[in-house]
Design a binder for this molecule. Structure first.
Ligand SMILES: [Zn+2]
Length: 284
């Protein structure tokens, strides 16, 4: 396993906040992009959005403009493909290769439509992945994978593909690694943004040489030049159709259910509890 830890880069430590899942809309759950941008300017930090490729045609034009205008504060990386459970936890390389190709084709389509570039870095949904998934990323000229745990479904990491850990804010306190990738979800802002700005202020005070940036730029400063030699011509752009009709309906239903939870249920504790109880009853 190739990891990049403290000491490999000299004077700076690198950091990026990574927010998983949100659509690029004015608001997603408790997240508001304009508010976040305002705070990034004021407190000096950077946010990479782990974008679900399935959502490639659902971005709000005004938020796309915001991302295009402020690449110094916002960037996108790839978060799964359909974001269904364990989609990168399978071990069939051919299946995974197709998944990565579909995810990439969707991200390219999103870039074409909205003008927002993305970095070929994968954040695995639910943190589930296999060694074959790392190989599929390598085959498709991805730069790296980022995950909260270094535990593939098939034991330990045997792939040499660049792999980085990320941390929850509460685990960063003792972290001396470089880079420092910090994972959040929209509900981190449930009681406002102070929790985040306090955390960032403390980090900026503690590490005087902290350099905030996109996941892509940070990873590029660690991996060697020939590893970033993209081959866009090798990616099959015609592959936007992958699943059968039934599977697509299921995926669509799951995405909308998650978004309903993030945008409505999460904001109402009573409804959220009811939903949890119904879910428990169904799964019994
Ligand atoms: Zn996710």
């Amino acid at each position: 396993m190739r990891r990049y830890d403290a000491g490999m880069q000299s004077e700076f430590h690198h950091a990026s906040i990574i927010i998983d899942d949100p659509l690029l809309r004015e608001n997603y759950g408790f997240l508001n992009y304009r508010k976040l941008l305002n705070l990034m300017d004021k407190h000096n930090f950077f946010t990479t959005i782990a974008f679900i490729p399935f959502n490639y045609n659902r971005t709000d034009k005004r938020i796309a403009t915001l991302f295009r205008e402020r690449p110094d504060r916002f960037s996108l990386c790839v978060h799964g493909c359909d974001h269904v459970k364990g989609e990168f936890g399978r071990t069939d390389l051919n299946y995974l290769d197709n998944k990565v190709k579909l995810a990439t084709a969707r991200m390219i389509e999103h870039e074409k439509r909205m003008g927002i570039p993305f970095d070929r870095i994968m954040v695995f949904p639910q943190g589930i992945f296999s060694n074959a998934a790392l190989e599929a990323l390598k085959k498709n000229n991805y730069l790296a994978a980022v995950n909260t745990e270094a535990m593939p479904v098939d034991g330990h990491i045997s792939s040499t593909f660049p792999f980085y850990l990320r941390y929850k804010p509460e685990d960063v306190a003792d972290c001396v690694s470089d880079p420092i990738f910090i994972v959040l979800h929209h509900d981190y802002f449930k009681n406002g943004y102070e929790r985040l700005t306090d955390f960032v202020d403390e980090l900026n005070t503690r590490s005087k040489n902290l350099k905030w940036g996109s996941l892509g730029n940070i990873v590029r400063s660690f991996v060697s030049a020939n590893e970033v030699d993209y081959n866009p011509a090798g990616i099959d752009l015609s592959g936007l159709k992958f699943h059968g009709y039934k599977e697509n309906v299921k995926i669509l239903f799951r995405r909308h259910a998650s978004e309903f939870r993030d945008n409505y249920l999460c904001k109402n504790d009573f409804l959220l509890n009811c939903a949890k109880q119904v879910k428990n009853l169904i799964s019994k």
